[in-house]
Design a protein around this ligand. Structure first.
Ligand SMILES: NC(=O)c1ccc[n+]([C@@H]2O[C@H](COP(=O)([O-])OP(=O)(O)OC[C@H]3O[C@@H](n4cnc5c(N)ncnc54)[C@H](O)[C@@H]3O)[C@@H](O)[C@H]2O)c1
Length: 282
């Protein structure tokens, strides 16, 4: 596998492109929003520079990584000769299914189509294509260049060959792959999101303030980041979308998004990406 397409240049897309490019893959980064695309390339450059300053990579590795990335807002560019397409667009079943249908028509027959979805059914996305055996979940964690885990999700028809290739690829990227089955939220978000939602309920009910809630979880449970700070980091819209998938998928009210979360998403207070969520950012 050499030619990689990353679809979606948001929080996750830029991190995935960064990681592949640093490992000498050719990456085409695609987004319909050219401002997001430009922003993503600037973010990658800044983050690579940070790695140079830390001494984890040298200047020539930074330059090589940047030269491995091409960006475009034209879907067909890059896809027609891709070995692997990783979709990292907005967490929405309709948007993703529509893209999977288009990608399936454009990419070569040998190509694997992976989704970085946090919670949406890989089986549902695979059913939008004519190659369900070559569809898989490749769920990176945020921030991608730093976090070791990749959840590899097998849809109903994902073949052993596809799953093995993606597990091996994750290892090549210096990540640790963990294979899981396709149920709402998989493992990571099935456990993480109820904790974040509960902390928002605690704030909503006035049990404690935001700093106090985060402090309890940082100092008491040795979490590196409090749950409200983490929600801002992930994006409140993403958290709300994942909780909705859990709620609909299991039909269990315990997953219903807290009304405060819904209100903040409606007000576009989405966390770091809009400079305000539970906290404010400059
Ligand atoms: N944010 C996280 O911490 C996190 C962690 C793991 C996985 N994920 C998953 O990764 C995916 C992306 O999340 P994100 O946080 O990067 O979202 P984001 O909102 O930061 O970025 C999404 C990007 O997709 C683009 N997009 C939307 N429709 C498109 C289309 N049809 N074609 C091309 N580009 C399109 C948007 O312009 C935007 O730039 C989601 O499935 C999410 O669940 C997110």
């Amino acid at each position: 596998m050499k030619q990689i397409v990353v679809l979606g240049a948001g929080t996750m897309g830029n991190g995935i492109a960064h990681t592949f490019a640093l490992h000498k893959f050719n990456v085409t980064l695609i987004d319909t929003d050219s401002a997001r695309l430009e922003n993503a390339v600037n973010t990658i450059e800044r983050n690579l520079e940070r790695q140079v300053k830390k001494g984890t990579i040298d200047q020539s590795e930074k330059e090589e990584a940047l030269s491995n990335i091409t960006s475009t807002s034209v879907l067909s560019e890059g896809i027609t000769n891709a070995d692997l397409i990783i979709e990292a667009v907005t967490e929405d079943l309709e948007i993703k299914s529509d893209l999977f249908r288009k990608i399936d028509e454009l990419c070569p027959t040998h190509a694997i189509i992976a989704s970085n979805t946090s919670s949406i059914s890989i089986t549902a996305l695979a059913s939008a294509t004519k190659r369900p055996a070559q569809v898989v979940g490749m769920h990176f964690m945020n921030p991608v260049p730093i976090m070791k885990l990749v959840e590899v999700i097998r849809g109903y028809e994902t073949s052993d060959d596809t799953a093995t290739k993606i597990m091996n690829l994750a290892t090549e990227l210096d990540k640790v792959p963990v294979e899981v089955n396709d149920y709402p939220g998989f493992i990571a978000n099935r456990i993480l999101m109820p904790m974040i939602n509960e902390s928002i309920f605690a704030l909503y009910e006035g049990v404690a303030g935001r700093e106090e809630i985060d402090q309890v979880m940082k100092l008491g449970m040795a979490h590196p980041m409090g749950p409200l700070q983490l929600a801002d980091f992930i994006g409140l819209d993403v958290c709300s979308a994942i909780l909705t998938v859990l709620y609909d998928g299991f039909g269990n009210p315990k997953y219903a998004p807290c009304p405060l979360l819904t209100k903040m998403v409606t007000a576009r207070k989405l966390g770091i990406k809009t400079k305000e969520g539970f906290y404010k950012y400059d």
